[in-house]
Write a protein that binds this ligand. Structure first.
Ligand code: TXA
Ligand code: MG
Length: 341
């Protein structure tokens, strides 16, 4: 058991956190997407602690975080030109590129795959921290496996209290959903997990962009998935979440018929004035919804919600990432109203 401390992002505190990493411990860190649970990616015993603290399945690989694009060639090989072009355009930023790994990355980090996801975070504290460690940093989202990802130091504390020695507080995460994960095939880009770098962004590179089927559909049990994380039930609050497609009018009528004490709607901000029952809001634009989604799902648990009916988000731009995460927290339960209209 640790007496988990929330520390600041001062140079001194970052140096303290880096010292913990270099003695084989794990630390909660801010990034622009969500908070991560960091360990030295080359230290097997330290990486093992990540899987234990999160209760994460051993076959789900970790992303390796670097402080600059120039570090990439030390950890991956056979990097296609398009990956360097993407790095130039979007890194540092919320983009993870899956590439053939070098032996310095141990099997436990890549969950036995011969590839590894590489990401260079944009968040200033994250990069200062990685530099101070002087090591590539393995970091999954810092939530308990299955829970919504953490977008504040307090969220990390709530999940990891007693399990880790320290959390660097870098404020609220600006993006709010995890990085876009891609791999490369047949001269094109394959999207494995949507994020802030959108399909539309990737299409500007002038090569084909293929979308993994698991992004908007349930993956059948035993079916092979390219991104192992896609097959798990994810981002789930305790409440049952249902996505409702249709007008606010139809939505309101549906809830009226299924209402109860611990039933809450999850609305667009602009719906609230016209909605008569209990609700939470998660923003209007896709960017706002990305930034607020996980906090709202966590809030649902705090207020004891048992059923959440969510207004369906747009699937354009970063909206696809919002839809993808909400769909998983809903266990793929989507109800379509207004059919034929
Ligand atoms: O924004 C983010 O990416 C955050 C912050 C902390 O950087 N990290 C994060 O890590 O979301 P995690 O472990 O929660 O999600 C990593 C995802 C999983 O779905 C995993 O299966 C996939 O990336 N992934 C990692 N390495 C992979 C690989 N070699 N091949 C295919 N998918 C991989
Ligand atoms: Mg995660």
């Amino acid at each position: 058991m640790f007496d988990t401390k929330i520390i600041s992002s001062s140079e001194e505190d970052i140096a303290y956190a880096a010292k913990l990493i270099n003695s084989g411990e794990i630390v909660g860190i801010p990034t622009e997407t969500v908070y991560g649970l960091a360990a030295d990616a080359t230290n097997e015993a330290a990486v093992k602690k990540i899987f234990e603290a999160k209760g994460r399945p051993q076959d789900n690989p970790l992303i390796v975080h670097l402080s600059g694009v120039e570090m990439m060639d030390g950890y991956v090989h056979d990097v296609p030109d398009i990956a360097y072009s993407l790095a130039e355009k979007f890194c540092p930023g919320p983009l993870t590129m899956v590439l053939p790994k070098k032996d310095i990355i141990p099997d436990i980090t890549s969950a036995g795959l011969d590839t590894v996801g590489i990401r260079i975070p944009f968040h200033k504290t994250a990069r200062e921290f990685i530099k101070a460690c002087g090591k590539p940093i393995a970091a999954p989202s810092a939530n308990l496996s299955g829970s919504p990802s953490p977008t504040s130091a307090q969220h990390v504390y709530n999940d990891m209290k007693g399990r880790i020695p320290a959390i660097i507080d870098g404020g609220q995460c600006g993006v709010g959903v995890e990085s876009t994960v891609i791999s490369f095939e047949n001269g094109g880009i394959r999207l494995l997990r949507p994020g802030y770098i959108s399909v539309e962004d990737l299409q500007t590179m002038g090569v084909p962009v293929f979308c993994d089927k698991g992004i908007t559909e349930a993956v059948a049990q035993g079916e092979k998935v390219l991104s192992p994380g896609m097959k798990y039930k994810h981002y789930s609050p305790k409440a049952n979440v249902t996505i409702i497609v249709g007008s606010l009018e139809a939505f309101t009528k549906y809830v009226a018929e299924h209402n109860g004490d611990n039933v809450y709607a999850m609305l667009y901000d602009s719906d609230a004035a016209k909605y008569p029952y209990k609700y939470m809001t998660y923003g209007d634009t896709s960017e706002e919804q990305a930034a607020q989604l996980f906090g709202v799902l966590r809030h649902a648990d705090e207020i004891g919600a048992e059923q959440v009916y969510a207004r369906c988000p747009s699937r354009e731009g970063v909206g696809l990432a919002v839809y993808n995460r909400l769909l998983r927290s809903a266990g793929f339960e989507v109800i379509e109203l207004d059919k034929g209209r």
